[in-house]
Write a protein that binds this ligand. Sequence first.
Ligand SMILES: Nc1ncnc2c1ncn2[C@@H]1O[C@H](COP(=O)(O)OP(=O)(O)O)[C@@H](O)[C@H]1O
Ligand SMILES: [Mg+2]
Length: 251
Amino acid sequence: MRRIVVTSGKGGVGKTTVTATLGRKLAGIGRRVVLVDGDVGLNNLDVVTAVERRVVYDISDVLAGKCRAFQALVTDSESSMRILPSGKDSRLVTAQAFCDVVNSFADFDFVIIDCPAGIEQGFHRAVSAADEAIVVTTPSISAIRDADKVISLLRSYRLRDVSLVVNRVRADMLAKGEMLGASEIGALLHVPPIGVIPEDDLITVFQQLGRVPSEAKSEKAFGFLAENVERGGKEFHDIAVKRRLFGRRSR
Ligand SMILES: Nc1ncnc2c1ncn2[C@@H]1O[C@H](COP(=O)(O)OP(=O)(O)O)[C@@H](O)[C@H]1O
Ligand SMILES: [Mg+2]
């Protein structure tokens, strides 16, 4: 079982999107995947995976002894991936209890934990239960700065691996030098980028329906990310490089 936390510091950069889509891609290549919503109180993993109406139990019920952890799992609307919803009440969810629940999924290949924003208790709880971290940032300076803080904090945990996903990248702005590229961001943060996800209107439009169409331009990028996660690969497909090569060829 690999235990991966998806974190960022800053809210709204795409942690939940990356957690859900990476999970689906890994499930798509036959891996047994469970997503754990670590954002207790502000859950939205259940919405993004469209399982919200089928949720019977959540992590608080597991910890209150109302059900076993596997009984609380809900199957994703689009794949074989399972989801453990978070509860509204975080009082019972101590770091140790959270870790015990995560460890009860030993039969799965991947447990991916969606970390809450911030660097407080919820962050500690989610990171303590993981062996690997994926830090999500956008190319904005404020997100990069928060990612930097989170990366320094991650050094005090016993993590086997920390890698980076740069989300909401715009190829047109990259080409004009108006946005930092993934290699530059990786160099600034001293963490290798393993995924570069383009800004994709279809994510914004379709995500709340629980399904982003397979023709969405971000889908391929998420596929590359899943391959890297699966193989421990560190090379990434930079959107800007592809565009530059294309430009050269057409001249
Ligand atoms: N690559 C992307 N392109 C366009 N919109 C995105 C992308 N990634 C995330 N979003 C949107 O950004 C918002 C925040 O994403 P979310 O995954 O909920 O962030 P977080 O979990 O870090 O708070 C959501 O409305 C989501 O649909
Ligand atoms: Mg989120």
